[in-house]
Ligand binder design. Structure first.
Ligand code: ADP
Length: 247
């Protein structure tokens, strides 16, 4: 028996090692793309400053800024990932209103969703719900789920939406992030929270990513005493559930 478990463990380690190699190559690629755009646009500005009108210049600068933001997010995610792996992440709990936080997240993501043809909705309970958690981290968790919902929205659908719902359940607050995107086939449900795991399908192969986002999200939820799970039907959409104790 120990032989069988030994082989299995060896296979698991081999798999992780292979995923790490793939991860390094995707990350390099992911870093290279925005960097190339930043260089190309900066070069255009330097080379043709005299002939560029203000409008075009503003367009170019905005692209540079967007690509720099993208780079920063990617690096922040990798840094969080390694801090979680090394167990050196810092969690600062405070009392705050979930309702106010969701309002803030809604305002911050509404335009980004709309630009991508996705309508963002929010459903909040009347009562103010106070929790004792790391506000910045909860914001990061939900923003990441919204980013994914935008990224994996279904281009074939006319009406694309994301709905954030907060439910007050006695001692617990339940937050749902729901989309009608491409969905996730059942065989991947357990795996998508694993580090480096990405669904490989005809619908996802063009979408870039590192496969660490959801593993960071899960760790950040659990480190604060919460739980996260999902329901998803391929082709229909995905619903992520997050549960926290009230503060
Ligand atoms: P990635 O960098 O690939 O987006 P994540 O860890 O955030 O990595 O997600 C892991 C995988 O889970 C993704 O590659 C994608 O296949 C799937 N996924 C995540 N969120 C959604 C969603 N809202 N709808 C459909 N698939 C999703």
């Amino acid at each position: 028996i120990s032989d069988i478990t030994g082989t299995k463990e060896l296979e698991r380690l081999k798999k992780i090692d292979q995923m790490k190699t793939e991860f390094l190559s995707t990350v390099s690629h992911e870093l290279r793309t925005p960097l190339a755009a930043i260089k190309a646009y900066s070069e255009s500005i330097v080379d043709s400053l005299e002939i560029l009108d203000t409008e075009t210049l503003k367009d170019f600068m905005e692209t540079i800024l967007n690509e720099a933001d993208h780079l920063q997010n990617l690096l922040d995610e990798i840094l969080d990932f390694s801090r979680l792996e090394m167990k050196t992440i810092n969690i600062k709990k405070e009392n705050f209103s979930i309702n106010e936080l969701i309002e803030e997240i809604y305002v911050a993501n509404k335009n980004k969703a709309e630009i991508n043809g996705v309508k963002l909705y929010k459903v909040l309970p009347k009562e103010n719900i106070i929790v004792n958690l790391d506000r910045t981290r909860v914001k990061q968790i939900l923003s990441n789920l919204i980013d994914n919902a935008i990224k994996y929205s279904d281009k074939r659908k006319d009406l694309k939406f994301i709905k954030i719902t907060v439910k007050d359940e006695k001692d617990i607050v339940l937050i749902l992030v729901e989309d009608n995107g491409i969905g996730i086939a059942k065989e991947h449900h357990d795996k998508i929270f694993e580090k480096f795991y990405r669904v490989d399908s005809s619908l996802t192969y063009e979408i870039s990513g590192t496969g660490i986002g959801l593993s960071v999200v899960k760790e950040l939820v659990e480190i604060q005493g919460g739980k996260i799970w999902l329901k998803s039907v391929e082709g229909k959409g995905t619903r992520f559930y997050i549960e926290f104790k009230k503060g």
